[in-house]
Write a protein that binds this ligand. Sequence first.
Ligand SMILES: NC(=O)c1ccc[n+]([C@@H]2O[C@H](COP(=O)([O-])OP(=O)(O)OC[C@H]3O[C@@H](n4cnc5c(N)ncnc54)[C@H](OP(=O)(O)O)[C@@H]3O)[C@@H](O)[C@H]2O)c1
Length: 178
Amino acid sequence: MSGKVVFITGGNRGIGLELTKAFAADPANTVIASARDPSKATELQSLSNVHKVYPFLLKKSTRVISFTSSLAGSIGGFFEASSSGYGGSKAALNHFTKLLAYELRDEGFTVIAVHPGVVSTDMGNATVPRFGEDTRKAMESLIITPEESAESQLKLLLGLTKEQSGKFLSYTGEELPW
Ligand SMILES: NC(=O)c1ccc[n+]([C@@H]2O[C@H](COP(=O)([O-])OP(=O)(O)OC[C@H]3O[C@@H](n4cnc5c(N)ncnc54)[C@H](OP(=O)(O)O)[C@@H]3O)[C@@H](O)[C@H]2O)c1
């Protein structure tokens, strides 16, 4: 499953950087990664088959859009943690995912929202300690590295089926409640 054209936002660090590296490890893939300040994105710049321009994903017949969401945005899978602003924004992203999957269905797009796991990035490391004791302990037991998250997401994305379009999925592939 190589020869993909992949576009990744926030590709300079964290999960975005690891996903970029995971896809770029196959030289047959064309990876386009964005960064707010490319001059500081030194690790990203060092990857040889990562492109800075957007060469029309529409050129490919396999069309996948994966939005990085969070379990914090799930209403059905609500867990007790105070994250209304963040969780609300991810719930809006989840709704957007569902609508876009509907709107792009005739163009052959598979559109999904993905919970990347509890990941030891700048954001994850800063967030987990802020929760109350019970939630913090539960989250700490789930922590994975950015590399683990990216590897699992790569597997998920390369194995996606059209039937999964419009779904909210964990990085493990498990379907999550909206
Ligand atoms: N880590 C977790 O446990 C976890 C769990 C669930 C969901 N997520 C989601 O995973 C995604 C990646 O998070 P991460 O853990 O990899 O975080 P991270 O290591 O802190 O990296 C965040 C990335 O997003 C970029 N970014 C932040 N604000 C932006 C903005 N306003 N416009 C454009 N780019 C922006 C950053 O660019 P700069 O370097 O320019 O700031 C950086 O590339 C996020 O959507 C997060 O909500 C993470």
